[in-house]
Design a protein around this ligand. Structure first.
Ligand code: ADP
Ligand code: MG
Length: 479
């Protein structure tokens, strides 16, 4: 088997996989895989890390096996080779290692700090001089923990990576971990949660949280007082360095230089670095290229806007934390209308609560609506699974229960497939969540339904017209 043939076989597999997973998952979990050999119907694929392999086995094992059997026949098998993606500073490409966790140690030629690194004095910039602390205070907020960090599709990768790091700080290939996402999506919370968990499970480790603004100020002060050396020495004592909002280092060349050096030294001695940013590394302007390339050494994981179910779960947890209970329709109303970020979601709940107690009103849907009018510019009549089902049912004169039923009647099956197709098209629900909305069907049914409708649109004029008509009704919300 030539390398070309191997690539072709794998390309064929990827094509099938791509049709069966969300684009985001495809990019995250399948694009980085490299085929390495195919012998006696055993296909060996190379994955970047142990965690990656475990994730594939946990979430995609069936899909992978089915795909390989389809391409290579029923007696084919799959094996993994794991690679440490931690590059040696002297090489550009990833370093291939057979033993996961066996990290390369090498001299870092770029370590070029002003003055000697071995100077004995260290200054803690977090304490007022004179009040010397023996132990470094982590600056963590103990309230931000994993227990109250709701898991959803929007944060699954970042959260799992965070937990993996917390179990083995500096010992996974997620070093550094860079979490990025828009404002209020939970970056700071996650960073603190990782730090808090490490402190709890490894009390001997020094964890330090710092915002980039604070870090920059410390550097400016140290430059003025000529104590840069002390500052650097202080940072080099840390086992886990957490830097929030690194986009704020944008354009600050000197600070970036010093951070670059601290980063290299810590990384080289197996210390964990965790960062957050409001944008992905590829969109980081005003940054030194070599620093951005360091950011990509480990894992870059994004946080996205939570879907409806996750928003509900976050609200429920928030009520529990605050010791309040809102009527269910109020919670649903809030989850439905506040979708930009978690901070606003929590803010809406607080506003309703404050309004009710100030004006001595009971919390009900009317109150929620009036409070929310001031909060959100427009109460969205947004597209969700409920109104999609409603439109499809109206069109075909069916009931929502019929779509969820096991009925195999042709018109019911087709209407169900169309509703599933639109739910996939218009909502951010996962395949699994969509299946659950339609009578607990599994994700393969969802994929099959979407394919079916796409096929019909291509070949059946009547269905094409119906789908277009329903599409319009959903868009305009003409009930
Ligand atoms: P960011 O740093 O991305 O701007 P934060 O971490 O400050 O966002 O989060 C904003 C608020 O939303 C915080 O109160 C945080 O506790 C809460 N929050 C964010 N994500 C979650 C989540 N997945 N589960 C529970 N609360 C969350
Ligand atoms: Mg933040």
């Amino acid at each position: 088997m030539t390398a070309n043939q191997l690539e072709r076989v794998w390309a064929e597999c990827l094509e099938i996989i791509r049709d069966n997973v969300l684009e985001q998952s495809f990019t995250t979990w399948f694009k980085p895989i490299r085929p390495v050999k195919l012998e006696d119907k055993v296909l060996t694929i190379q994955v970047p890390t142990q965690f990656f392999y475990e994730w594939l086995e946990e979430h995609y094992v069936t899909l992978l096996h089915k795909t390989i059997k389809r391409v290579l026949g029923s007696d084919s098998r799959l094996e993994y080779a794991i690679v440490m993606a931690n590059p040696s500073p002297n090489a550009n490409g990833p370093l291939t290692m057979n033993i996961p966790g066996n990290k390369a140690k090498s001299q870092n030629p770029e370590l070029n700090l002003p003055g000697s690194l071995n100077a004995g004095t260290t200054m803690n910039p977090f304490v007022i001089p004179g009040l010397k602390k023996v132990q470094i205070d982590s600056q963590l907020n103990p309230q931000y923990t994993f227990d109250i960090y709701v898991e959803g599709d929007c944060n699954r990768l970042a959260r799992s990576a965070g937990l993996a790091i917390a179990a083995k700080p500096g010992g996974t290939s997620f070093n550094p971990l860079l979490v990025y996402g828009g404002v209020g999506l939970g970056k700071t919370h996650l960073l603190h949660a990782i730090g808090n968990k490490i402190k709890e499970d490894f009390p001997q480790k020094t964890v330090l949280y710092v915002t980039s603004v604070n870090f920059t100020n410390q550097i400016i002060q140290a430059i003025t007082k000529q104590t840069i050396q002390d500052l650097v020495n202080f940072y080099l004592m840390v086992d886990v360095l957490i830097v929030d909002d690194i986009q704020d280092l944008n354009g600050k060349e000197k600070t970036q230089d010093i951070f670059f050096n601290i980063f290299n030294s810590l990384h080289q001695s197996g210390k964990q670095i965790i960062m957050s940013s409001d944008r992905s590394p590829k969109d980081m302007q005003g940054f030194n290229d070599r620093l951005v390339s360091r950011f990509k050494w480990g894992l870059t994981a994004d946080l996205s806007v939570p879907d409806y179910e996750t928003r509900l779960a976050i609200l429920t947890l928030k009520m529990y934390k605050d010791g309040v209970t809102f009527p269910h329709d109020v919670v649903e109303f809030v989850a439905h209308n506040v979708k930009s970020n978690v901070r606003e979601l929590e803010g809406a709940l607080t506003s309703i609560l404050a309004n009710a107690s100030l004006n001595q009103k009971t919390i009900d849907l009317d109150l929620a609506k009036s409070v929310m009018k001031n909060l959100v510019k427009e109460i969205h009549t947004d597209i969700n699974v409920t109104n999609i089902v409603q439109h499809v049912c109206n069109f075909y004169n069916l009931t929502p229960e019929m779509l969820q039923s096991k009925s195999r009647k042709r018109e019911v099956v087709q209407a169900r497939q169309i509703a599933i197709y639109f739910t996939k098209k218009f909502t951010k629900l996962s395949l699994k969540a969509i299946g659950e909305h339609f009578g607990g069907r599994d994700h393969t049914t969802v994929i099959h339904s979407c394919e079916k409708i796409e096929d019909f649109i291509g070949i059946d004029k009547k269905i094409k017209a119906e789908v277009e008509d329903i599409h319009k009704r959903i868009k305009l919300n003409l009930i």
